[in-house]
Write a protein that binds this ligand. Sequence first.
Ligand code: PMP
Length: 412
Amino acid sequence: MAVTKPSLGDHLKLAHRVNSIEVSLIVRLSETAAARKAAGEDVISLGTGEPDFGTPDFVLDAARAAMERGETRYTANTGTAALKTAIVANYRNKGIGIGPKNIIASAGAKQVLFNAFMATLDEGDEVVIPAPYWTSYVDMVSMCEGVPVTIPTSAREGFVVSPQALEQAITPRTKWVLLNSPSNPSGGAYDHDQLRALLPVFERQRHVGLMSDEIYEHLVYDDFSFVSALEALPELAERTLVVNGVSKAYAMTGWRLGYGIGPEVLIGAMAAVQGQATSAPSSISQAAAIGALEGPIAVLKERRADFERRRDLVVAGLNAIDGLVCSRPRGAFYAFPDCTGLLGRRAPGGRLITTDTELCEYFLDRAGVAVVPGVAFGAPGHFRLSYAYAQSALEQALERIAAASAALSSLT
Ligand code: PMP
């Protein structure tokens, strides 16, 4: 699938910066699936990473109350004192001591990451990113003139990077190591010991910071217990940025509210970027986030249990398909099966399927199911399926993927 970049004709040239970024494969596939659906085709789209639940009522109430109180003006650039108080209390409950000056609220976790790269990367600075990774990391780093350095991880290791592999990837130009636990797309997550094992690397490599994207912290399954980098590695607090937000756990993707927690100087630099680019996130969304953070924990538990049931359904369904192997994700709401067993086969009609992208196109054409190829996440030979959808849609999608897979010729 070739990417066509927009052109403005001969007079106004686009910046070289946009040539370094890709139109997200996820977005393109979702758009294709949506267009087919709109044209009346029966398409099940499991492409995007968004909970299907509604935002909880207590969050909606908090937002309504803020509007009625007239909280409709600009707030302080890094977020309201009340939101910071709620975040501080949340982290205190985890045994992590932070103050308001360690916090910046932004328009989603995405803007936190972008502010951080803008504030810290000079041209050629490197960011070490274990693969599979969330697509936007590499594009954001490139946009900020940095260089993404990716390290492969495997299902066998639980998609967790080893201290040796990490250290090998670090150079004098490395600014950050970016971990995402639980991970989009693999569902891999670092337990306490796996994080502690990385400490000697950071102790030797004192110029390197740790960026820890913990947006899926509440979506963990079985007896896995989530641990924040700030809790497991307090020694690194002066060079750690935790990225978090309310989008995923509280089904608030549209409210655009994320936050970063880090050392005061870094937060100050990120605040300078944000102050010139967008200013504070929406005042109403900040009030809604307070409602979320201070709300009843039972809702999170219920939703987590629901996701866990869907994960079990999807992982079992995928593993029952000859040619697919799916490990059991510890968290988030994605399955990331290895599909190399289906590559090199022919589709009915004779088309040879050699890559994960071709396989995903085949699933869309033949089965009407949209999933995202692993190459988009730096891990070809896989695909990502989001299970944040109704059980009936998941069951139907699994049946269709199974039938389409069975229709491929056996290996020659
Ligand atoms: N980090 C990861 C790993 C994500 O999957 C996402 C959303 N897809 C984000 C950050 C961005 O979250 P937000 O909607 O809060 O910007």
